[in-house]
Design a protein around this ligand. Sequence first.
Ligand SMILES: O=P(O)(O)O[C@H]1O[C@H](CO)[C@@H](O)[C@H]1O
Ligand SMILES: Nc1nc2[nH]cnc2c(=O)[nH]1
Length: 106
Amino acid sequence: MVSGPNFETIAEARMLHILGSDSVGMSTVPEVTVAKHCGLRVLGLSLITNKVSLDYSREEKVNHEEVLQISKMRAEMLQNVLVTFIARSHQVDTINNSNCINSNAM
Ligand SMILES: O=P(O)(O)O[C@H]1O[C@H](CO)[C@@H](O)[C@H]1O
Ligand SMILES: Nc1nc2[nH]cnc2c(=O)[nH]1
């Protein structure tokens, strides 16, 4: 994680890569920290929107417009992932609750 608001420099990206990072973001970790502080259970999902450059000779730079564009392109797919996840967790809860009722009845 980098705190932003700027994207990581190539040196920072290289350091993160050497430390074993597969991806980098700005907001997930602070959001999870606040959510846990408030006693919430958290499921983190990250959409990877762009490549991070590790190479000084690479011309392309990360930009916020690209992040927004890819996010818009993937919004429906993410919505489907979430709807499926919520529906399946509800099924698991229902099965777990019915097991509790059955075992209580014995
Ligand atoms: O940490 P993530 O969700 O990648 O968010 C960061 O990425 C975007 C930068 O384009 C900004 O919205 C910033 O908050
Ligand atoms: N730190 C960081 N956050 C991002 N959020 C979206 N793309 C990026 C990125 O390349 N770096």
